[in-house]
Design a protein around this ligand. Sequence first.
Ligand code: PLP
Length: 398
Amino acid sequence: MDRFVYLDNSATTKISDRVLKAMMPWLTEHYGNPSSIYAIGRESRVAIEEARGKVAAAIGAKPAEIYFTGCGSESDNWAIKGAARRLGRQGKKHIITSVFEHHAVLHTCKALEREGFEVTYVPVDKLGFVNPADVEAAIRPDTAIVSIMYANNEIGTIQPIAEIGAICRAHKVLFHTDAVQAIGNVKIDVAAQNIDMLSLSGHKIHAPKGVGALYIRKGVMIDNFMDGGAQESGRRAGTENLASIVGLGEAITETYENFEEKVSRMTMLRNKLMDGLLQIPCTRLNGGRENRLCTNVNISFGGVEGEGLLLLLDMNGVAGSSGSACTSGSLDPSHVLLSIGLDHGIAHGSLRLSLGADTTEEEIDYTLSVVPKVVERLRAMSPVWQEWSDEERAGCNL
Ligand code: PLP
């Protein structure tokens, strides 16, 4: 195939040239264990501390508040389980989260329910936003932690994090946010936004897979997730993933350089893609237009089945997703799309296209030339579409 347009950057991104270059020495000649005291060990330690400083600087934290982890899922698990278990021993056995979190959060909460914790799942509105008042109303004297995602991975809605942070701080409840999709696309200031813990992941920002970080505000005490050696101030054991940590530090620096320019370019491309696809009859945009990640387009096509759409797009050289990559392989409709009120059939016919820092306008134009033809072809074969009335085909039910 001569064309390939990658529009699944919310699933993962390509490592940038600059990140790879920064990593290479730490995969080759500089192989010392960062815990060793001789020179090549000390060099590795310095490289890790430099990366820690870069991650901290990007989110307004202090370097000592950044803990490297294996991925965003680990960060989520550690933050929520670590806080719940510690505070649970003091009688705080209630957790608040939202219905449309990533499974790294939802399944963590389910696991804690099996350990005897009670979880309140606050709803989201039709545009995909949590109402801070719902969070406040759910807080109880025994609430240990609130965990609300910064930006949704499927529909790109950016949550009112500073407002929720202020509410949690006023009620003296810990506030964690999963910022895996937000990092690099949104300016974050953990201190100003009253965030106690924040999860991020390297592979969404052009760093490699298998590295993440958890910000834990100074003074916040949570249980260790991994016991063993003294790495990460004794809170997360295991010899560090040196080269990937260096890569994460470089990627987070790169992503916030020329930030405003990057976001405005990507917003322009996102709008072009979004508005172009919405020209196709019987479509709906999932998630609001305002407070939306500059990377995310999510559209439902009436009378179309998502799997078929992905396969035909793939045959035409366009890679997208019909839900989150983590759940593809399952035929259940996306819990995120159901949470904003879509019925099962419409949720099944949804397409997420996510831009990366390297997406070009020419790629958007190509995609806009392919999708309408693919949708038309699928509708011509779809028994559901054939049965619909003209009114339904006009998109009245979406
Ligand atoms: N949280 C969100 C919002 C995500 O989108 C993802 C991955 O898609 C994760 C957590 C998990 O991150 P990782 O793949 O690094 O475990």
